[in-house]
Design a protein around this ligand. Structure first.
Ligand SMILES: [Zn+2]
Length: 269
């Protein structure tokens, strides 16, 4: 208090001019270089903890990745990319590339959104097919897809952005808790997206530069073929099992690795 009183006396006194100038200068410099007050989150709410856990998870995973991968691992990527397939998949967190390719780096040109819709990402898919020349376009749906289940109901109350995307699914309305109906709708949606792809990439298909495969990643074993099985449901618009086998050159349900290594697939490269 005494210091403030002294400061005021000095500032307003008619004498001590130099001292006044020095004090005002110090005050201005302090003001100009003052550190901004950073608001710290001292209140440790559940939401903030969740944010920090998510950020830590990503950063720690990347630190571990950097430790485990040396320069040699990245050299092929620095030269460019020659992916084996363009994949249009659902953004669902339960669906990931290790289910179809143990080493997806450089293999899969991956485009994802809710319900694996082609229309909003047509440019990205076109880049994969026409610029990176992937001979396979895989439309990858999955069992109990939340987007498909939402599109099976009245979704008019959804936000405009989500509603616009669900409009691209074209699935029949039905009970979203009926696993069998949902499976039919998942396949229906894949077929619809493939129809869109076939019409857009008709030249590549006619020239046999491209094969379009639709598949369901079955993490619930709804098809009774094993948990995590990739079930191929559509090839170039055909859903007939005989034709699918004819296209792929094998019979039965196979993995994507089998597709990549089949003679029929290699002939199309
Ligand atoms: Zn989904």
């Amino acid at each position: 208090m005494a210091w403030i009183l002294l400061f005021i006396i000095i500032i307003f006194s008619k004498t001590m001019l130099y001292l006044r100038i020095i004090l005002v200068s110090i005050a201005l410099v302090n003001f100009a270089y003052a550190k901004p007050v950073i608001k710290t989150h001292t209140d440790d709410t559940g939401e903030q903890r969740k944010i920090m856990v998510a950020v830590d998870h990503v950063l720690a995973a990347n630190r571990d990745f950097v430790k485990r991968h040396r320069k040699g691992y990245f050299l092929p990527f620095i030269k460019g990319q020659t992916p084996k397939a363009t994949v249009l998949g659902c953004a669902d967190s339960r669906v990931h590339t290790h289910a179809i390719d143990p080493h997806p780096d450089g293999d899969l040109f991956l485009v994802r959104n809710i319900g694996n819709q082609l229309v909003p990402v047509r440019g990205s898919i076109e880049y994969g097919v026409r610029h990176l020349h992937t001979p396979l376009l895989l439309v990858l749906g999955h069992t109990m897809c939340g987007a498909v289940r939402a599109a099976m109901q009245d979704y008019t109350e959804m936000s405009p952005a989500i509603k616009t995307e669900l409009d691209n699914l074209h699935v029949p309305h039905g009970d979203p808790d009926n696993a069998s109906l949902v499976l039919d709708s998942v396949e229906h949606n894949i077929n619809h997206q493939i129809d869109e792809a076939i019409s857009y990439f008709s030249d590549e298909l006619n020239q046999k530069k491209l094969i379009v495969i639709g598949a369901v990643y079955d993490f619930r074993n709804d098809y009774h073929q094993g948990y995590g099985r990739l079930i191929i449901t559509n090839v170039n618009g055909s859903t007939d099992a005989g034709k699918i086998n004819q296209y792929l050159g094998f019979s039965g349900k196979k993995s994507l690795h089998d597709v990549f290594t089949s003679d029929a697939y290699k002939d199309r490269r």
